[in-house]
Design a binder for this molecule. Structure first.
Ligand code: FDA
Length: 309
């Protein structure tokens, strides 16, 4: 993986940089490319816009590693409101949460209580609640959380990261649940002890895992989110989907708001199911650094904003 990627991922956890960058007008301006706004209203408007273009949304309120129990409870209340507003608007939109935003870093029982409230309400409203996967030290606790929630309700899914060696094993253990899974490459800075260091190896593992899940879900009728902007992988998986006639109910492509728009439009034009993860909120710094790390050329947007271009 590139030096620039590692530097940007290291920057994503730097408190000094976060506090300074978030006040810098040109950084704030460059973020707008990947985020419709900081308010839930901005995200809902983006979801309506996506819907009118033939795609659907996943809404996520930015934030991670909450500092207090009260904060994690406020985030839970916020997401309960989001679920209501999605339902009131008649939108087909999922919601995605980060376990450490709901207190996993403070107390796992607190996090379980918070997530349980959301999973129960999502089930009542028949909306899917996704649990994001954060850095590797949270994987065991996140899968434990997911398994407990899945035992309560089918309206919950979890993200798995193809860059981790362990994910193959995790996939095998989760497949019998027939649960909604989101396969991503992985966005955190991980050591070569736990994650494939080369892009090529990550891509190969992604294809292997996605094929394995799709093959199994073809029979089970469960849902895989193919969450990538990688046109080569999408092409290969599209061919696989056609060759074994995987129904469109068994998968959705999933991408991030504002990224690879021509590819997003092409998938919709081809009649492929597409969901777009719409992030909003004021705690955007670590998330934005991860977006820059995925494509260091994105730093150019920051430079252009600084130059007023
Ligand atoms: P890759 O990084 O190889 O990019 C493929 C191509 O897409 C690149 O050539 C580039 O052109 C373009 N591209 C990718 N990212 C870009 C960007 N930021 N800006 C501009 N162009 C870009 N991660 C995680 O660890 N836990 C999670 O829960 C999630 N959840 C999640 C949900 C959804 C819906 C998506 C799409 C992604 C995530 N991720 C995630 C992020 C994921 O792990 C990964 O970091 C990004 O998707 C980038 O990887 P790609 O698969 O797109 O491939």
């Amino acid at each position: 993986m590139s030096v620039a990627r590692n530097l940007l991922l290291a920057a994503s956890t730097n408190v000094w940089l976060r506090e300074h960058a978030m006040k810098t007008w040109f950084v704030r301006r460059s973020v707008a490319r990947f985020m419709p706004g900081e308010r839930i209203e901005d995200a809902l408007a983006a979801a309506i816009g996506l819907h009118s273009k033939g795609a659907h949304a996943i809404l996520t309120h930015l934030g991670e590693s909450t500092a207090t129990r009260a904060e994690s409870e406020q985030v839970t209340e916020h997401y309960l409101e989001v679920l209501e507003r999605v339902s009131d608007a008649g939108l087909d939109a999922h919601v995605s949460i980060k376990p450490t935003q709901l207190g996993l870093n403070l107390d796992s029982a607190l996090c379980h209580r918070n997530v349980q409230r959301l999973v129960d309400r999502a089930g009542e409203l028949r909306t899917l609640l996704w649990i994001d996967m954060e850095s590797s030290r949270y994987v065991d606790a996140t899968l434990d959380l997911f398994r407990q929630m899945r035992a309560r309700s089918p309206f919950v899914g979890v993200a798995l990261q193809a860059y981790l060696f362990r994910t193959e094993r995790d996939v095998e253990s989760l497949l019998p649940l027939g649960a909604a899974l989101r396969l991503v490459k992985g966005a955190y800075l991980e050591s070569a002890n736990v994650a494939y260091p080369s892009k090529q190896a990550v891509d190969q593992n992604y294809y292997r895992l996605a094929s394995r899940i799709l093959g199994e879900y073809l029979r089970q009728g469960a849902l895989l989110h193919i969450a990538t902007h990688d046109a080569v992988l999408i092409e290969r998986l599209t061919r696989l989907i056609a060759s074994v006639e995987i129904p469109s109910t068994a998968y959705e492509f999933a991408m991030l708001y504002g990224i690879r728009m021509p590819l997003q439009r092409r998938l919709v034009a081809e009649g492929r199911p597409l969901r777009v993860l719409v992030s909003y909120g004021s705690h955007w710094f670590p998330w934005y650094m991860r977006r820059l790390a995925e494509r260091p050329a994105n730093l150019w947007f920051v430079v252009k904003a600084a130059l007023g271009m």
